[in-house]
Ligand binder design. Structure first.
Ligand code: NAD
Length: 249
């Protein structure tokens, strides 16, 4: 049986959806979790779920775009749980189905700042420690839309494609310190982000494009993330794993 006992996992956006699912699965394997999110209620809910698995956690509230606040929060969290072994850059926002003309500078900046700047901010807060220990895993969260594109969401597709580029660049740059960097690119997974009221028709239309005939579950992504973080993933870096039911092959 896989064991993550003694490992410390920092997950951004861990108060909902996929990040919450990752926290729960890692805690089942014995890991301690730093639950980072801008949403305090969601983060507290995740902490209860981790505790129900007998796991330890620390809640770190804040915006992934706020560098100084994040690095202070990470220091406090690591003083409590220990240095971060695995960072999961997961925080993100939906594209909200915006046509090109609707994507102004502010909307564009928000999307890129949360996805790309957020990944830099979080990675900066743990990288020095990983380099010192010559060990670490970083897992970024892309999307099938970052691989294949979609209409009405070019800012989302661009940000998610950029995450694949920086995953590959960081994988090469950090390899001398045995820090492995990979990405997951989820397909259609029902979460509060995707399962929004009034979007049933869109959801059905998406399901109709899935060769396996159904949506995935948050845990399908969490197992991929756990693989990248596990002993079995020790020779895997710069890769993108896309649990997507066959939509993008
Ligand atoms: N659900 C899917 O089908 C799907 C598919 C592909 C990729 N993704 C990606 O997976 C990740 C998780 O998505 P989800 O479906 O779980 O969404 P979600 O909305 O359920 O969870 C996202 C979490 O990120 C947090 N967050 C948002 N902005 C933040 C910020 N600035 N600072 C800190 N936390 C912030 C939110 O509060 C929320 O708890 C996202 O990066 C998303 O783009 C999801």
């Amino acid at each position: 049986m896989l064991s993550m006992t003694g490992k410390v996992i920092l997950i951004t956006g861990a108060g909902s959806g996929l990040g919450q699912s990752h926290a729960v699965l890692f805690s089942k394997y014995g890991a301690d979790i730093i639950i980072q999110d801008v949403n305090g209620d969601g983060a507290a809910e995740t902490a209860e779920m981790v505790s129900a698995n007998g796991g330890k956690s620390h809640v770190m509230i804040g915006d992934v775009r706020a560098s100084d606040e994040f690095s202070e929060g990470a220091k406090i969290a690591m003083a409590k749980l220990g240095p971060v072994d695995v960072l999961i850059n997961n925080a993100g926002i939906s594209s909200r189905g915006r046509a090109f003309e609707e994507i102004d500078d502010e909307i564009m900046a928000e999307m890129f700042d949360i996805n790309i700047k957020g990944a830099y901010v979080a990675t900066r807060s743990v990288l020095a420690g990983m380099k010192e220990r010559k060990e670490g895993r970083i897992i970024n969260t892309s999307s099938i839309f970052g691989m294949a594109g979609t209409a009405q969401g070019s800012h989302y597709c661009g940000a998610k494609a950029a995450l694949i580029g920086l995953t590959k660049a960081w994988a090469k740059e950090f390899a001398p310190w045995n820090i492995l960097v990979n990405a997951v690119a989820p397909g259609f997974i029902p979460t509060p982000m995707t399962n929004r009221p009034g979007k049933d028709a869109l959801r059905e239309a998406r399901i109709a494009t899935v060769p396996l005939g159904h949506e995935g579950e948050p845990n399908d992504i969490s197992h991929a993330v756990v693989y990248f973080a596990s002993e079995g993933g020790k020779y895997v870096t710069g890769q993108v794993l896309s649990p997507n039911g066959g939509v993008v092959i």
